[in-house]
Design a protein around this ligand. Structure first.
Ligand SMILES: CCCCCCCCCCCCC[C@H](O)CC(=O)SCCNC(=O)CCNC(=O)[C@H](O)C(C)(C)COP(=O)(O)OP(=O)(O)OC[C@H]1O[C@@H](n2cnc3c(N)ncnc32)[C@H](O)[C@@H]1OP(=O)(O)O
Ligand SMILES: NC(=O)c1ccc[n+]([C@@H]2O[C@H](COP(=O)([O-])OP(=O)(O)OC[C@H]3O[C@@H](n4cnc5c(N)ncnc54)[C@H](O)[C@@H]3O)[C@@H](O)[C@H]2O)c1
Length: 578
């Protein structure tokens, strides 16, 4: 029996006859539906349900940036049997049903990530108020873990959305921002954050959200909530959905898309389609059972285990194990405004770095600058940013063909042609202009960092930062430490990469580093296959069927890959450093 005076993960507050359940997972950056959290939530909820003095309930988080990040992923890994997983899903569904069926209004006041099981909690509540800020996002990313929403999420999304919108969210696992969630009818009220430079602004915003939720729940207590009115288009859509021919057509289209994107290698999206079909044909009772069966089936697959392990790996790669850099990095100079240099500028200017983009000629510079401007203009078109944000972001970009202002730089990222002599000369020349603390990173995919730094006055400040094309889309960043590279240089490069939104691996300065070395092996095999008479097209089909995003032969056709394939570099030892 949980003592309500001894709660560790929930703070229970009251204002008049309203209860405020504030989630605050102990020792964690985010709230998760862990066993510990559930062991407190369930008794708290039962207590409030039975207390006649309580007329309404608010569920809110005390953690800036996190409402609930979903069920505890580690919990699935610790489970011993399929039956236990089935029961876990059934229990989750039951808790959500109890929330939904509560006679007292329950409001979810959401700021920060509202994902997976967290979104399922929000959907079970009677009303959703969300902070309209960058950190607040909704989604069911379970498919990315090889799972499906297992606490009634498939059913509630189908109830709240059109079939195609529900499929879009569940199959892609993508996150939508609060504004879009409101437009889709998943959120009832948007709250604009208080924008200010004060230090504890996020805590203040939580307080503000809480006050609005209290006002709203009090209103609902007196005048029962009105059901959301569906618009004409939504009504037409739901009538069309009653037609099994239309439903089956949408499902078969979705299935074809899944097959073309995954080659049928991932069981989760196919199971999701199956659960949705069963629900549409037989109703929610059958649907809930199908959801729990599918959840249990999926959670024991090797695919789910591998994808969950990938989640943990990615989380590790978001950490800076070298601590805090000696200096905060404010200004970056990028040398070379080609495809990659412009891409590095792109992912830096929106993170409040001051960027100097340098190239030898105005036309090269113009080319790089246009690439950046075009992408950001596209973001405006797709409502990803406002024109005010666009102006603020672009004001961080300074393009130049001179070495002016390099004395202000904290880091240089060189991204000129792949030529050792050229890279060495640039390093030597720039060392005359840059301040003592400035670090020098070379964006090379294959050249030795040790050799690039051969004539440097401060080789401990030289490092490799290997970005991937297109830089604004590929999350990976390979950081290469040479023997002489200092820990603070690594720490600084990692902190820059993390701020740029990268997932980082740190490797030793050995031939091909890590990523290029893997490619070399693949290309050696590819050459054997070509020599044996296989056609590039057939090799591409086979590699894609195996799970590659892009065929190996077409990859070889790209300029970078063909140089790798020439293979000056027989791989030696394992290059992963940390
Ligand atoms: C109110 C009570 C109701 C009770 C309901 C009963 C529930 C039981 C039901 C079971 C049935 C299934 C339910 C559900 O459908 C299944 C799921 O929800 S699966 C999980 C889905 N969610 C996700 O995939 C989100 C994963 N997390 C992220 O994407 C990111 O972490 C983030 C939330 C966007 C935050 O990103 P960052 O700010 O960069 O932070 P980090 O990524 O570095 O994370 C910090 C820290 O938190 C750990 N963590 C994050 N999410 C989870 C998680 N879901 N489970 C476990 N741990 C998580 C992460 O590992 C980091 O840990 P650290 O390394 O610091 O120890
Ligand atoms: N393109 C890729 O897929 C890819 C991927 C990873 C790494 N890389 C590496 O990134 C680096 C840049 O690649 P890219 O694809 O952007 O090349 P790119 O040819 O598109 O651009 C190189 C730019 O460097 C400029 N430049 C040349 N000499 C210069 C000098 N002395 N000073 C300043 N600028 C100079 C050129 O004018 C050009 O604009 C290379 O080392 C490449 O191997 C490329």
């Amino acid at each position: 029996m949980t003592d309500l005076q001894q709660l560790k993960n929930i703070k229970l507050d009251y204002e008049d006859n309203i209860a405020i359940v504030q989630l605050n997972q102990e020792n964690s950056k985010v709230n998760i539906l862990s066993r510990k959290m559930m062991n407190e939530f369930v008794p708290v909820f039962n207590h409030l349900k039975n207390d006649d003095n309580i007329k309404g309930i608010i569920v809110i988080s005390a953690k800036p940036g996190s409402f609930i990040a979903g069920a505890d992923i580690n919990m699935f890994e610790s489970v011993k049997s399929r039956d236990e997983l089935y029961q876990m899903s059934r229990n989750g569904q039951e808790i959500m049903n109890q929330i939904e069926q509560s006679s007292k209004p329950i409001i979810a006041a959401i700021a920060g990530s509202c994902l997976g099981g967290g979104f399922e909690v929000a959907l079970a509540c009677h009303y959703r108020i969300a902070m309209n800020d960058k950190r607040t996002g909704f989604g069911v990313p379970e498919v990315k873990l090889g799972l499906l929403p297992g606490a009634g999420g498939t059913q509630r999304l189908l109830k709240n959305l059109s079939l195609s919108d529900a499929l879009d969210l569940i199959l892609a696992g993508k996150e939508i921002k609060a504004k879009k969630a409101k437009a889709m009818g998943l959120v009832d009220i948007l709250v604009e954050p208080i924008r200010s430079d004060v230090q504890d602004i996020e805590e203040q915003n939580i307080e503000y959200l809480r006050s609005i939720a209290i006002r709203k729940v009090k209103e609902i207590v007196v005048q029962k909530p009105t059901k959301r009115k569906f618009g004409l288009m939504e009504n037409i859509k739901s009538i069309i959905m009653l037609n099994s021919y239309v439903r089956n057509y949408i499902l078969s289209q979705a299935q074809a898309k899944v097959m073309s994107q995954t080659q049928g290698l991932y069981p989760a999206p196919l199971k999701i389609l199956d659960v949705i079909q069963q629900t549409l044909e037989n109703g929610s009772k059958v649907g809930l059972n199908a959801e729990a069966e599918a959840f249990a089936d999926l959670a024991i697959t090797n695919e789910a285990k591998a994808l969950i392990s990938l989640f943990h790996g990615r989380t590790e790669c978001k950490k800076n194990k070298y601590g805090k850099p000696e200096r905060e990095i404010k200004t970056i100079a990028i040398i070379g405004a080609g495809a990659i240099g412009a891409g590095i500028a792109h992912v830096s200017i929106d993170k409040d770095f001051q960027v100097i983009l340098y190239d030898t000629t105005s036309s090269a510079l113009y080319h790089g600058q246009s690439q950046i401007i075009k992408s950001y203009q596209n973001y405006i078109k797709r409502n990803r940013i406002t024109s005010t944000e666009y102006s603020r972001i672009l004001s961080n970009l300074n393009c130049q063909t001179t070495f002016d202002n390099l004395e202000k730089c904290d880091i240089i990222i060189e991204s000129v042609f792949e030529d050792l002599k050229l890279k060495q000369n640039i390093l030597n020349e720039l060392e005359q202009y840059i301040p003592e603390h400035c670090i020098f990173a070379s964006n090379t995919y294959i050249l030795s960092i040790h050799q690039i730094a051969a004539n440097s006055r401060r080789p401990h400040k030289v490092i490799g930062m290997h970005y991937f094309s297109p830089v604004d889309k590929v999350e990976l960043l390979e950081i290469i430490r040479a023997k002489q590279t200092s820990d603070n240089t690594i720490c600084t490069a990692v902190s820059v990469g993390l701020k740029q939104g990268k997932i980082i691996i740190i490797v030793n300065d050995s031939p091909g580093f890590y990523t290029t070395r893997l490619l070399i092996f693949s290309f050696i095999e590819l050459f054997y296959l070509l020599q044996e008479g296989l056609l590039p097209n057939d090799i591409d089909k086979a590699t894609k069927k195996f799970g590659f995003h892009i065929g190996l032969a077409i990859l070889l056709d790209s300029g970078v890959a063909s140089r790798v394939a020439i293979g000056q570099l027989p791989p030696k030892s394992n290059s992963i450093a940390t």
